[in-house]
Design a protein. Sequence first.
Length: 276
Amino acid sequence: MNFESIISTIKSLPPLPKSVVEIQKLYVSGDPDIHLLVKIIEADPILTSDILAEANSPLHSFSKKIIAVQQVITLLGTSAIRSLALASSTQKNFKLNFQPYGLSNADYSNMCNLQSMLMFQWYMSVDISKTKILIPLVFLSEMGKILIANELNDGEYTTIFQKEIKESDNISEVEKMYTGTTTEAVNVLLYKHWNFDEMFVDIMEYLENPNEEKRYLQEYANAIQVVHAAVNVNSFLTEESIQKATLLAESFGYDSARFEKTAKRIKQKLEEANLL
């Protein structure tokens, strides 16, 4: 298996729908015009349906059914809407099969949602200004696994890859061993292909190859690594993964007690609803 076939797949991907391109433009200068955001989404029936379906998923467990895009924005915020719009349009370009990672498609969706939920509830009390980048980015941060899984599904190494993923503390290392690349590196190519926010690209590149010239990206990279330690293909907010993430947060200089309290609160709420 080699990285070249993944690059070829990315180059053949169609551009994003007009509605999603328009949504992206709204975020270029900061906070989007909410009325215009709603108008663009509601003009695209498929996108509207996808966003409402995601908002009504059991993981969010809202007390009443969400029936309008405006409600989703009010409850989840504009950063989450951006995440859902991008995920809805990009994932339609792929055949989703996460068997190499030992996940169902629903597991993958829940993992991305849970990472986003944890980042939102944690970082709103750390630095709210950075959530505009961190929430959509962490939601999309596992996208590269779609192409890596598809590459492995076409080969003979699916079973052994799955075994090594489950036994490894370094998922990127296993990915690189079998495909010559990592989720982060594939993300960079995907983000560039679809003209995602330049900060999304820069942060993913920094996660793959940290360097002093872009030290200003370190906080973003640190936050994503902490969330990934708590929620990943092997662990969805287990006691062990929360402890590991808490220690990592402490090593990065965060208030570890604040992170641990947030993670355990989410875990308890989801367990009470039989969603974890």
